[in-house]
Design a protein around this ligand. Structure first.
Ligand SMILES: *Cc1c(COP(=O)(O)O)cnc(C)c1O
Length: 402
């Protein structure tokens, strides 16, 4: 099978809303009558003759040659992701980090300069600050909330700018349109990790960003049961990134691509509930005497709330807050919750909570954590689709014990 073109899809698709797209946007990709696409659990694919074999081997992004090159099951979820992000195409990878590292490595070479944020997903920070520098790439780190800092970091050899918004742990935002406007006239590529927002809440490509990256492990899969990544961009960039992907080999399994597709069918529905629950819970937490401070882009108290309203349609699952008390009180609070589970990750159907300092306990003393900026009473929560009254009641009970 060759990469799909617009004519493979229904004609009126351009007018569809997200809810319809995620259900029917991959229509035409399944050749048989099964309502649900099959899982193509095959590492390799047969050729009918020598001519077909040569074509399979030499067509970029062919999805029926060898699974490291592409797989028909991938095409379904990729088609939906491209439509949601408003990009020409999407490429799936084995994890979010595979999407980020494969993309960056496909685009830079020794002697290039790249700009990244002071705060990123931790492994992204390592990629920029520890890996790229080993290969002769110059890296500048800037404060993401200061657009002027991006401008000042520009050099004649700047090749790409990596942004991420909102970002862990205090949900600081980057002005995506402003960074894109700096980069595009200079021919600098922009990459945005859109994991924390999801395409339902934020469309970086519509704001001028070239490549949108995702950990599909989070909202897209949505059930905490798979690891996957996505690169959403133009056909031209995707072909370049795909060549690196074939070389690095972080391939998504057909089973996980199928689970991802299943997750995507309900993405708009889940995000709608998640957005509503998270905002309601954040507003409620702000009123609680045992809570010192709440961080959420949807709150008027967020220092970049105006920017959030400008570039986001909803504010996502992740809220962070500091409770009144030290490490032990915070540990007891998290442990006494009956609904939110103490686990990393975000964007799934059930609520998860992380006591950040507890992750580092055993490696750092409380004093060391304070020096490192990890407040002992800081918690991050990914709000799920449970009933809001149950979430509040469970929190209220745990807060009272503080
Ligand atoms: C989880 C996450 C990643 C990494 O994704 P994996 O699927 O775990 O590899 C990258 N960026 C952000 C913002 C994330 O939350």
């Amino acid at each position: 099978m060759n990469p799909r073109t617009a004519s493979d899809f229904p004609q009126n698709m351009a007018d569809w809303h997200d809810e319809t797209r995620v259900l029917h946007g991959d229509a035409g990709l399944s050749p048989d009558a099964a309502l649900v696409p099959p899982i193509h659990y095959s590492a390799t694919f047969k050729a009918s003759d020598a001519k077909a074999f040569a074509e399979m081997a030499n067509t970029p992004r062919h999805s029926g040659f060898y699974t490291r090159y592409g797989n028909p099951t991938h095409e379904h979820a990729a088609a939906l992701l491209a439509q949601l992000e408003g990009t020409e195409t999407a490429l799936l990878t084995a994890s979010g980090m595979a999407a980020i590292s494969t993309t960056v490595l496909a685009l830079v070479a020794a002697g290039d300069h790249v700009i990244a944020q002071g705060r990123h997903y931790m492994s992204t920070t390592k990629l920029f600050e520890e890996v790229l520098v080993r290969f002769g790439i110059e890296v500048s780190i800037v404060e993401q909330s200061d657009t002027e800092a991006f401008r000042q970091a520009l050099r004649p050899n700047t090749k790409l700018i990596m942004v991420e918004s909102p970002v862990n742990p205090t949900l600081v935002l980057t002005d995506l349109a402003a960074v894109a406007a700096l980069a595009r006239p200079r021919g600098i590529l922009t990459l945005a990790d859109n994991t924390f927002a999801s395409p339902l809440n934020q469309r970086p490509h519509a704001l001028g960003i070239d490549i949108v990256l995702h950990s599909a492990t989070k909202y897209m899969g949505g059930h905490h049961d798979l690891t996957a990544g996505a690169v959403c961009c133009s056909d031209e960039l995707a072909e370049k990134i795909w060549r690196m992907h074939v070389t690095l080999g972080a391939v998504l399994s057909p089973m996980d691509a199928w689970l991802l597709l299943r997750g995507l069918r309900t993405l708009p529905l889940r995000i709608e509930r998640i957005n509503a629950n998270a905002l309601a819970l954040a507003q409620w937490l702000e009123q609680q005497p045992q809570v010192e401070r709440v961080y959420y882009p949807g709150l008027e108290s967020h220092p970049q709330h105006a920017l959030a309203r400008r570039q986001m349609r909803g504010f996502g699952a992740v809220i962070a807050f500091a409770v009144r008390g030290g490490f032990d009180a915070t540990s007891r609070f998290v442990a006494s919750l009956n609904i939110a589970t103490h686990a990393v990750s975000l964007g799934g159907v059930d609520s998860l909570i992380v006591h950040t300092a507890a992750m580092w306990a055993g490696t750092m003393s409380e004093a060391q954590m304070v020096t490192a900026g990890i407040a002992p009473n800081f918690v991050r929560m990914s709000v799920g689709i449970e009933h809001i009254d149950d979430l509040k009641a469970d929190m209220a009970r745990a807060l009272e014990k503080l």
